[in-house]
Design a binder for this molecule. Structure first.
Ligand code: NDP
Length: 486
C-alpha cells in the first residue's frame, strides 16, 4: 500500500502532525534526516495508525501515491530550502510540496515561483496551535494554487481543529498568502498577550491583588466577552506555584520575554505597507525592552525616579467598591484595546492582499482562528460576522457591534490609561491603542503642522483644504508667497 500523504521532519511539530494524520485514517509516509526520530515515532506511536517509515528521501518519495503530497516540517530557513529542493528533485509534475513551518511569506512567494516553474505545486501553510494543536487539531492557513487545495483541502479538513462544527482551515490565497496570514496571526497574538500582561500588572502592582485573586479575576473574565484560550491559560499560570520554593510561579520566572521573529516580521511588513499596527508594534517593543537586561539593571542603579506618591492606587485599593470598579475598568480597557489590535491586524491583511494580489476572505480568516490556534476566542465570531456583513468599510471599528463595544468601554479605557500614567505603570498597548482610536476619530490632526514644517525646511509641498493642487510657500522670502506647483 502506498501512503496518501507524507511528513518530512519529525521533531515536535512534524511528529504530532504525522500522528494526527494517521489518527484520521491517512496512510502517512514519514521521513526524518536522522533516522532516530523516525524510529522513536514508530516505536512509541506506530500502533496509532498506518505509517510507512523510510530511511532515505528516495524511499520516502517512492512510498507516496500520486499525486504525491509531502508536508515539510523542518527548521525554518535554509533547512527548509534544502528539503524543498531535495524533494522537488525526486518528484514529478503535479506533485505537491507543502511547507508547514513558520516561513517568512516572501520566502514562500519565492519558493512557490521556483517550484511552479518545475511543474510542481508548492503550498506554504501556516500552522498555529503549537505541538498540542498539531496533534489534536491546529488552525491551518494554506496558500498555493486552487488545484493543490483540491487534493490537500479534504485531508487538512479532517486534521484541523473544529469550531462550531466547521474545520479551522480554508484556502487563504495564492503563493505566500497563508504564511502572511499566519504571520499577522502571530502579531495579534503578541498584542493580545501584552494586553493581558498589562492588565495583570495594573491589578497586581497597582491594586495589590494576589496571584490567586488575579487568577479568579481572569477566570471570571473568561466567562464573558473576553472568553479565549489566552485568558484561560493566564488564570492557570497565575494560580501555579513553584514546587521548589512554594512561591507564585510568576515570581520565580525571569521577566524577559523571548521572541522568534514573527512579531517583528508583522511590524516590518506593516511599516513597508504603511499600515499602522500600533498595538502589535508596541507589544514587540515591550518584549524588546523586557529583554534589555543590562539597560534595565543600569536603570535600577541610576534610580530613575517615578511619580510621587508610589501608591497612586492606594485609595482605590483600600476601598472594595472602588477596587471592583477599577477591575471592571481594566476589563473594558482590555476589550477595547483588543478590538483595536485586531482591527489593525485585519487591516494589515487587507493591505497585504492588495500589495501581493491575493483575494483573502477576512470573515473566513476570523472563522478559522476560532479553534486550534493560540488566539482562539469567542470574539472571533463577532469579527467574522462583521466581515461577512460587509459593513466594516475599512476598519472593524466601523462595524456597528464593535463601534458600540468601544464606545461603551471608552470611559473605562481612558481612566485606566490615565491612572496607569499617574502611577507610573507602563501600559504601552492600552495607551497606543487609545491614541490610535482617538487619532482615527479626530476630524483634524496635527499632521497639518508637520506638513508646514516639511514644506518649510524641505519644500516638500502641501495640499490646501479649499483648493485641489500641490502648493509650496516661499518661506525664506519676504512676503512668504504661495506658489501652486501642480
Ligand atoms: P525544529 O524547528 O526544532 O526543527 C527540527 C527538525 O528540522 C528536525 O526534524 C530536524 O532533523 C530538521 N532539520 C534541521 N535541519 C535540517 C536540514 N538541514 N535538513 C533536514 N532536516 C533538518 O522543529 P519543530 O518541530 O519545533 O518545528 C518545525 C517547524 O514548525 C519550524 O519551521 C517551526 O518554526 C514551525 N512551527 C513550530 C511551532 C512550535 O510550536 N514549535 C508552531 C508552529 C510552527 P534532525 O532530527 O535530523 O535534526
Amino acid at each position: 500500500e502506498l501512503a496518501n500523504i507524507g511528513v518530512v521532519g519529525l521533531a515536535a511539530m512534524g511528529a504530532s502532525l504525522a500522528r494526527n494524520l494517521a489518527h484520521h485514517g491517512n496512510t502517512v509516509a514519514v521521513y526524518n534526516r536522522h533516522y532516530s526520530r523516525t524510529e522513536t515515532l514508530i516505536n512509541e506511536h506506530g500502533d496509532e495508525g498506518k505509517f510507512i517509515p523510510s530511511k532515505t528521501l528516495e524511499e520516502f518519495v517512492a512510498s507516496l501515491a500520486k499525486p504525491r503530497t509531502a508536508i515539510i516540517m523542518v527548521k525554518a530557513g535554509d533547512p527548509t530550502d534544502q528539503m524543498i529542493n531535495a524533494l522537488a528533485d525526486l518528484m514529478e509534475p503535479g506533485d505537491i510540496i507543502v511547507d508547514a513551518g513558520n516561513a517568512y511569506f516572501k520566502d514562500t512567494i519565492r519558493r512557490e515561483k521556483a517550484i511552479r516553474a518545475r511543474g510542481l505545486h508548492f503550498v506554504g501553510c501556516g500552522v498555529s496551535g503549537g505541538e498540542e494543536g498539531a496533534l489534536k487539531g491546529p488552525s491551518m492557513m494554506p496558500g498555493g494554487t486552487e488545484e493543490s487545495w483540491k487534493t490537500l483541502g479534504p485531508i487538512l479538513k479532517t486534521i484541523s481543529a473544529q469550531a462550531e462544527g466547521e474545520p479551522c482551515v480554508t484556502h487563504i490565497g495564492s503563493d505566500g498568502a497563508g504564511h502572511f496570514v499566519k504571520m499577522v496571526h502571530n502579531g495579534i497574538e503578541y498584542a493580545d498577550m501584552q494586553l493581558i500582561s498589562e492588565s495583570y500588572d495594573l491589578m497586581r502592582r497597582g491594586l495589590g491583588l494576589s496571584v490567586d485573586e488575579l487568577a479568579d479575576v481572569f477566570a471570571e473574565w473568561n466567562k464573558g466577552d473576553l472568553d479565549s484560550y489566552l485568558i484561560e491559560i493566564t488564570a492557570e499560570v497565575l494560580r501555579h506555584k513553584d514546587a521548589k520554593t512554594g512561591k507564585p510561579f510568576l515570581d520565580i520566572v525571569v521577566d524577559r520575554a523571548g521572541m522568534k521573529g514573527t512579531g517583528t516580521w508583522t511590524v516590518q511588513t506593516a511599516l513597508s505597507l504603511g499600515t499602522p499596527v500600533t498595538g502589535i508594534g508596541e507589544a514587540v517593543f515591550a518584549r524588546g525592552l523586557s529583554s534589555e537586561a543590562d539597560l534595565r539593571a543600569e536603570a535600577q542603579t541610576k534610580g530613575l525616579a517615578g511619580p510621587e506618591p508610589e501608591g497612586a492606587f492606594s485609595a482605590i485599593a483600600a476601598d472594595p467598591e472602588e477596587r471592583a470598579a477599577f477591575i471592571e475598568d481594566v476589563r473594558q480597557a482590555l476589550y477595547a484595546s483588543k478590538i483595536v489590535a485586531y482591527a489593525q491586524g485585519f487591516n494589515e491583511i487587507e493591505e497585504g492582499a492588495k500589495e501581493y494580489n491575493w483575494k483573502i476572505d477576512l470573515g473566513a480568516v476570523a472563522r478559522i482562528w476560532r479553534g486550534g490556534c493560540i488566539i482562539r476566542a469567542k470574539f472571533l465570531n463577532r469579527i467574522s460576522d462583521a466581515y461577512d456583513s460587509g459593513e466594516q468599510f475599512g476598519s472593524l471599528l466601523f462595524d456597528p457591534f464593535f463601534k458600540a463595544a468601544v464606545e461603551g468601554a471608552q470611559a473605562s479605557w481612558r481612566r485606566v490609561v490615565a491612572r496607569a500614567a499617574e502611577a507610573g505603570i507602563p501600559v504601552p498597548v492600552f495607551s497606543s491603542s487609545l491614541a490610535y482610536y482617538d487619532g482615527l476619530r479626530s476630524k483634524r490632526l496635527p499632521a497639518a503642522l508637520i506638513q508646514g514644517q516639511r514644506d518649510f525646511f524641505g519644500a516638500h509641498t502641501y495640499g490646501r483644504v479649499d483648493e485641489p493642487g500641490v502648493f509650496h510657500t516661499l518661506w525664506a522670502e519676504p512676503g512668504r508667497k504661495e506658489i501652486k506647483q501642480a
